[in-house]
Design a protein around this ligand. Structure first.
Ligand code: FAD
Length: 274
């Protein structure tokens, strides 16, 4: 198994270090309201701190959200009618106990696995008995935990946001349900040993990352059209506007999204070299 020592965030820090060495100015805590378009050309972004001009605008928020909220309304935009991928409910746990049965990746399957797919994809509802994934990175990287403690990332699949679920109402009961199930599956006394807990619902994912309807992997790949005709990296309706991220080509997930950024960087460099 391969992994990054110090956790995935180390990759972010490495990108930041490299960017600063190359002279990149990074502006944080500055929400973009919308992309400023002049004619057909993207010329900058309007932020909560004012206008920032740019020769090339690269959007890494979910492209469906960009089309919905950050670009002029257009009849040509059919993208937001595409179905989003699955979302998730996650918990970050700091536990004052170690469990010998846990390794780095752990999956606790339900009695009826098929029910989960019917609930999420056909009914758009949270399954009664979800599959529970736990990543215990302290297992293979002891620098991630202290002695006799465990750092657990717990994730269950959830439908993308729809009108059926009020995630604020479900946040606590779902947390209790998952913790209870984990105790039944052998993580004895889990609840009484939790020193830290943070929950993340599909609504949090949407709010914090701009993920369209809280989808984790951008647009779904459930049919041929959505799998093979994703939003192109170069916007086809505006000049100097680019998309990277889960909904754009080539697809969702951290490695593929990184590839998306690389493709855009290479194409912009090629154009400027000309
Ligand atoms: C719970 C969960 C589990 C996941 N598990 C996996 C996994 O196991 N493997 C995997 O490969 N992928 C996984 N993913 C998906 C992975 O995290 C994404 O594919 C990846 O982070 C997408 O990268 P990105 O740079 O396109 O977008 P993001 O990482 O979402 O970054 C978008 C950035 O835009 C910022 N932003 C949002 N709105 C604005 C605004 N208006 N103005 C300015 N900035 C804004 C956000 O703060 C954020 O920093 C998971 C995602 C979640 C939520």
């Amino acid at each position: 198994m391969y992994g990054v020592r110090g956790g995935t965030y180390t990759i972010v820090e490495a990108f930041e270090k490299l960017a600063r060495e190359l002279g990149v100015q990074i502006i944080t805590n500055t929400d973009v309201n919308h992309i400023v378009i002049e004619g057909k050309k993207a010329i900058g972004v309007d932020t909560i701190k004012g206008f920032i001009a740019g020769d090339e605008i690269i959007a890494n928020i979910d492209a469906l959200t960009v089309y919905e909220k950050m670009l002029p309304k257009s009849k040509r935009n059919k993208w937001t009618k595409r179905e989003p991928s699955v979302s998730g409910y996650a918990m970050l746990l700091g536990v004052n106990k170690q469990y010998d049965q846990l390794v780095h990746h752990n999956v606790f399957f339900p009695e009826n696995y098929q029910d989960e797919f019917i609930s999420i994809f056909d009914r758009g509802e949270m399954p009664d008995d979800p599959t529970i994934y736990i990543c215990y990175s302290g297992y293979s990287d002891p620098t991630m935990t202290k002695k006799q403690t465990s750092n657990l990332f717990v994730l269950v699949n959830a439908p993308y946001i729809n009108e059926k679920t009020d995630w604020e109402q479900l946040r606590e009961p779902l947390m209790e349900k998952i913790l209870q199930k984990l105790e039944e599956k052998g993580l004895v006394d889990l609840r009484e040993n939790i020193a830290y807990i943070q929950t993340m619902t599909p609504a949090d994912i949407k709010r914090n990352t701009g993920a369209y309807q809280g989808a984790i992997y951008g647009m779904s790949s459930n049919n041929i059209q959505q799998a093979f005709s994703r939003i192109p990296n170069k916007a086809n309706d505006y000049d100097h506007l680019w998309f990277v991220g889960g909904t754009a080509h080539p697809g969702g997930g951290t490695p593929i999204v990184t590839l998306s950024g690389k493709l855009v960087a290479e194409e912009i460099i090629r154009r400027y070299k000309k």
